[in-house]
Design a protein around this ligand. Sequence first.
Ligand code: FAD
Length: 488
Amino acid sequence: MDNKTNVVDVLIVGSGVAGMYGALQFQDNTSVMILSKYSKTTSNSNLAQGGVAAVLDTVEDSFELHVKDTFIAGRHENDPESVDVLVREGPDDVRKIMEMGVRFDRDKEGELDMTLEGGHCRRRIVHFKDCTGAEMVRGLLAEVEQKENIIYKENTVLCRLVRVRSGFRADLLQDGEYYSVFCSYCMLCTGGVGRVYKYTTNPKSATGDGIRIAYELGAKIKNLSYIQFHPTAFNSEDGEQFLISESVRGEGAYLLNCNKERFMDRYDERLELAPRDVVSKSIILESRRTGSNNFYLDITHEDADFLRERFPAISEGCARYGVDITKDLIPVFPCQHYLMGGIEVDIDSKTTVPRLYACGECANTGVHGKNRLASNSLLEALVFSRRAAEDIKRCMQNGFAKVSELPVNLDFSGAPLPEGLRTEIRNIMQRAFFVLPDAGAIRFGLKQIDNILKRLKGAKYAQTTKYLEALSLATCAYIILKEAEENT
Ligand SMILES: Cc1cc2nc3c(=O)[nH]c(=O)nc-3n(C[C@H](O)[C@H](O)[C@H](O)COP(=O)(O)OP(=O)(O)OC[C@H]3O[C@@H](n4cnc5c(N)ncnc54)[C@H](O)[C@@H]3O)c2cc1C
């Protein structure tokens, strides 16, 4: 497809696992455009370490057990229909991406090597070393690049969506230039909101743009305050956080307090393999008990060669800070990691706005309930982006009208965004709504965010990426705190 095309059947905003797998479901006669705000590999998907949970072996494991584990982790707030769809349809999607060339580790007999993570009662997580997401992105991108019906625009920001007859006008910003693309259907696959926090495992793309854009269109947003705090992010002195995957605990690591003692038995009988929210809360309670924020993972009792082979990226990341995981304790502390809620969708990923779909981390499918079970999100991205594409295909077959092009002049000029506003939002959220939030902090934070939002909307700022991201962060922070205030 021509790079200058400005009318497409389907616009997919986001090039993580949800965006690319969704795009690959369309036939050659459907024109698809994928947008990526930054580079092709700047996404949560690309950073995923642990793997994908799927029942690929029905002798040792079963759909019922995976459903049960998902409900226990989600504190039974999960949507039963979507969990059932996730668990039963997911294995076929995992097989499909393997056929597309995505690799997962295998044992000496050539069988898939399944690992264990917190909250799972069986070894059911397929992985590629400790860089599963990067391997999935590599494999899917290679497929996307072969497709003539897909146009891929890197470093291109969706500023906003405007409803027009039979579809949307998407206002885009690329290399400092604004232009519009028209689409009959739009799939928002924009990922999470991690950057709303000072400390997060998420990359710079995770500013909640899709959620803000859907909200502006009047779409229903649900459970945005269901934020997952991962218990074990590397706790560096420079404040940079990267994930120490749950599978490190799955392979036997102990969690230690400032006195280098295991302490999880004080809080939960599942010890280090309790679900993430339980481990995060236990760390915060233990830090209050001991008066220290120093916590460690210890996996030095495992074989050094096994550790280097099994966790190459984590070994390398720790080594950059002078920590040898085969000999040293790894300093860890909880930080923002994942968003369970998002844009409300039905079982086919349809939002409450006609022709608008949302998939992956920006969507609220209800599969995760109050707390996501480890490695269920890549599976969710696969299953529900495929279902969105299938629904769009059904609509197209039923003769839905195509979008018609309208002339448009975009004037997005204005004053530059004041420096430091995004940092201010992130600091406010870190204080207002962390692992064990309290009502006073939420109320105070909400007032501060409300003021910032009014400032952002009141003045005429130039619609730069910085401004748009600040607007997304403030909008998402506002919705999170408002919902949290109502719930407490
Ligand atoms: C460190 C880390 C480890 C993880 N490990 C696992 C794991 O082991 N297993 C698991 O199941 N899950 C894991 N997760 C979660 C999982 O990776 C994500 O939930 C999932 O990849 C989300 O995929 P996505 O396609 O919805 O979003 P993403 O992969 O985040 O992609 C979002 C895309 O949207 C684009 N975008 C955003 N805004 C705009 C805009 N305005 N205009 C244009 N493009 C835009 C971005 O550029 C990006 O391409 C992990 C997450 C992190 C951060």
